[in-house]
Ligand binder design. Structure first.
Ligand code: TYD
Length: 208
């Protein structure tokens, strides 16, 4: 990558933990401070990856095998990285992605099957990029699940997998914060959005 490089920040967490709101609030705060921000999301974030998103989040939960699903997430991520994230970083932007590779590590690698090794090998081969900072918005599972389903987005494929799945997701994200303590920061998602944002800010300030 060129001499100029922006900063890459991802938000992670189980469904309904409030990470999308936090990604938006952080983008606003950074823009107000004069930074150029690219706010994006996964699965999706580029036209091709948004098409793949529809294959992933809509329809029957048993639509794909775990392996086929991992390949689709990686296909979407590769396109997102090529077309959106890498060009923005090369221009010096701060890229904020609502989910990135840690979602695959947790959703596909821990919660659904013992496929973490496959997830890691595919990531190394096809993606090979980690965020500079990952903020895990951590919220106890029943609260998060009811927030997620209350939205009735038509994209509830993963939410519908139930409360015990959500609890395993939470544990998976917490374990990642221990595995990668330099990069992955756990943030308490309880309380008002502005309270959660205030917990997030010191981590971002340390990066800039
Ligand atoms: P997202 O749009 O973030 O949903 P939400 O706003 O409800 O959190 O993600 C859609 C779903 O896809 C979500 O249930 C998490 C799941 N997902 C994976 O299983 N693996 C992945 O690699 C990614 C990026 C998302």
């Amino acid at each position: 990558m060129s001499a100029v490089r922006g900063r890459f920040i991802s938000f992670e967490g189980a469904d309904g933990a409030g990470k999308s709101t936090q990604a938006r609030l952080l983008a606003e705060r950074l823009r107000d401070a004069g930074h150029t921000v690219t706010l994006t999301r996964e699965p999706g974030g580029s036209p091709g990856a948004e098409e793949i998103r529809k294959l992933l989040v809509e329809g029957d939960p048993a639509r794909w095998s775990a392996e086929a699903e991992i390949l689709l997430f990686n296909a979407a991520r590769r396109d997102h990285l090529e077309r959106r994230i890498a060009p923005a970083l090369a221009k010096g932007h701060i890229v904020i992605s609502d989910r990135f590779a840690d979602s695959t590590r947790v959703y596909q690698g821990v919660a659904r099957a013992e496929l973490r090794d496959l997830v890691d090998r595919l990531h190394a081969l096809m993606i090979g990029t980690e965020p500079d900072l990952t903020l895990v918005v951590d919220l106890d599972s029943p609260t998060g699940l009811s927030r997620g389903l209350a939205r009735q987005s038509g994209e509830d494929r993963f939410e519908e997998l139930g409360a015990s799945f959500q609890a395993r997701l939470r544990a998976g994200f917490r374990a990642l914060a221990e595995e990668f303590p330099e990069r992955v920061k756990l943030v308490d998602g309880a309380g008002r959005p502005e309270d959660v944002a205030a917990r997030i800010w010191p981590h971002v300030a340390a990066l800039l």
